[in-house]
Design a protein around this ligand. Structure first.
Ligand code: ISL
Length: 501
């Protein structure tokens, strides 16, 4: 907490710390009201919460309620008890001579487990959009919604400040569970997604959860919403709707026409186009999240530039852009250290269920070398090596070291403080001044207070932008002030509050 406070960070999002068999890094919850032993006890959590609040740091937990672990008491009771009240908590379906539908899982293979249990007739299957141990909850059952709302309230009563809500846009499925369209499935990477990524009751269920659990505590709700674009995001986060406060959209994490599991060089021009679109088109009654990395993606730095000489420069460029745009910035652990991707050498070092599923499904067809290259390009493992200061390592990660970059940490501290002291950087109007030839120059303005960001998004030198005399240079990621920007250099100009107007 001291480290976080020294950085100037004011809220901490914990990926799932609940009791879990850890089939999917804790996103397979076995008990929503118990802490995973690896992370201590509930008393330890209460202590963390108290100490965080004492330092002015809010605690945001991860709400994973599209599915539970197959070891959750509800699912286990449904499996063993023919009269279980939890049979309708999940999607159990009969199907003769095939599967209930053609949906595939986000983690490869079909989205159905065959159920072998005295409590069910033969040819019974259960739906899992993710791993085989993550069983989808039936949100059309009001008792499921009631249990979830009560559990969320229980955490709010303890003092938790909000939730990041895992794949929360997937909770309302088309009740017919119809087959998915093959073309859409090929495009999206999962067949059937059109029948649940923005389902018929999504708004109703989100509003109900918001009113029953979040509103009474004025708690923060951040939706993780794969597949939701800008206009749907407005419908889900517009402040008057009482559904989500903001959401994570992922359209900027891959360049157009590319998939995450693919080795390619990401053109930061796409990132800037994305940011310009969202900064200029998102309704003023909505609010966006600003992030480049999370636990599901390789590090953006490594996507953008294979030449490791530029890692620090790119880290500081990305941070400068992130902390001078409208929205809420999210730092993924290690961003502030300038961490980049890991040079994994073999599948033996990969613990992630998604990458393992990809390998099983593709190594034959693509060949081991190509499949491995794609995994190196897109595996979540890059973000899941313990931070450098941890002595312990997962056995598969033994011997892996990561270089930390103190100049990047200093840049984060400076930028976080600059943003806090200058509300124009949070709320000011955004305007593009110049965006071509590898330059991205934009302004933030609020009344007479104006900031100009001059960014070189390439590894070539570029002509620096020179504002008129009323501006002073307050920051350069390369401590430079000449007529040329260094590779990936960013500069911040501010109306000179001292100079006469
Ligand atoms: O990779 C993605 C976005 O960059 C998505 O496809 C991601 O896999 C999807 O948004 C689901 O992610 C969330 O739910 C999963 C879990 O494995 C991820 O860690 C979590 O972030 C299932 O709970």
């Amino acid at each position: 907490l001291d480290y976080i406070q020294e950085l100037g960070v004011t809220a901490l999002w914990l990926s799932p710390i609940y009791d879990s068999p850890n089939d999917d890094n804790g996103y397979d919850i076995r008990d929503y009201k118990k802490i995973m032993p690896e992370f201590g006890t509930m008393e330890d959590f209460d202590d963390l919460l108290e100490k965080a609040h004492a330092k002015g740091i809010r605690i945001i937990m991860d709400l994973v309620v599209n599915h539970t672990s197959d070891e959750h008491a509800w699912f286990q009771d449904a499996l063993s008890n023919p009269n279980s009240p939890y049979r309708d908590f999940y999607f159990f379906r009969q199907a003769q001579g095939g599967l209930p539908n053609n949906w595939t899982s986000f983690f490869s293979g079909f989205a159905w487990n065959a159920i072998v249990s005295e409590a069910f007739p033969k040819d019974t299957y259960a739906l899992h959009l993710f791993s085989k141990k993550q069983m989808d909850l039936n949100w059309d059952n009001p008792r499921v919604r009631e249990e979830i709302a009560n559990m969320v309230s229980w955490w709010f009563k303890k003092g938790v400040d909000g939730f990041r809500m895992d794949v929360i846009n997937l909770i309302s499925k088309d009740p017919e569970l119809p087959d998915g369209n093959q073309t859409i499935g090929n495009l999206m990477g999962v067949r059937g997604i059109e029948h649940y990524f923005y389902g018929p009751n999504l708004h109703k269920y989100l509003h109900e959860l918001h009113e029953h659990a979040f509103a009474p505590y004025d708690a923060l709700s951040i939706g993780e919403t794969p597949g939701i674009g800008l206009h749907m995001a407005e419908l889900l986060t517009e402040h008057g709707r009482g559904e989500l406060d903001m959401l994570f959209n992922f359209d900027h994490l891959e360049a157009p026409g590319h998939k995450r599991m693919e080795e390619y060089v990401y053109d930061p021009k796409h990132l800037c186009e994305y940011l310009i679109t969202w900064q200029t088109e998102l309704s003023n009654n909505c609010w966006m999240s600003l992030f480049y990395n999370n636990h599901d993606n390789p590090r953006m730095i490594s996507k953008m530039e294979p030449d490791t000489r530029y890692i620090s420069a790119i880290a500081k460029l990305l941070a400068t852009i992130q902390f001078t745009l409208k929205g809420t910035p999210f730092i993924y652990q290690g961003d502030e250290l300038g961490l980049s991707n890991i040079a994994f050498e073999s599948m033996d070092q990969i613990t992630d269920v998604e990458a393992k599923g990809y390998w099983e499904e593709n190594a034959g067809e693509l060949g081991k070398e190509k499949a491995w290259q794609n995994i190196l390009g897109g595996t979540r493992e890059h973000a899941r090596v313990l931070l450098p200061w941890n002595e312990t390592r997962a056995p598969e990660h033994a011997g892996i070291t990561q270089e930390v970059r103190p100049d990047v940490t200093e840049a984060y501290k400076f930028l976080i403080a600059l943003r806090k002291e200058n509300p124009t950087l949070i709320y000011g109007a955004f305007k593009v001044i110049y965006f071509k030839n590898g330059k991205f120059v934009f302004s933030r303005k609020r009344g007479d207070d104006e900031w100009i960001l001059d960014c070189n998004i390439t590894h070539d030198e570029k002509k620096a932008y020179t504002p008129h005399a009323a501006f002073e240079l307050v920051y350069s990621t390369e401590d430079a002030d000449g007529a040329t920007l260094f590779p990936y250099e960013a500069r911040i100009w501010h109306t000179n509050t001292k100079a006469g107007r």
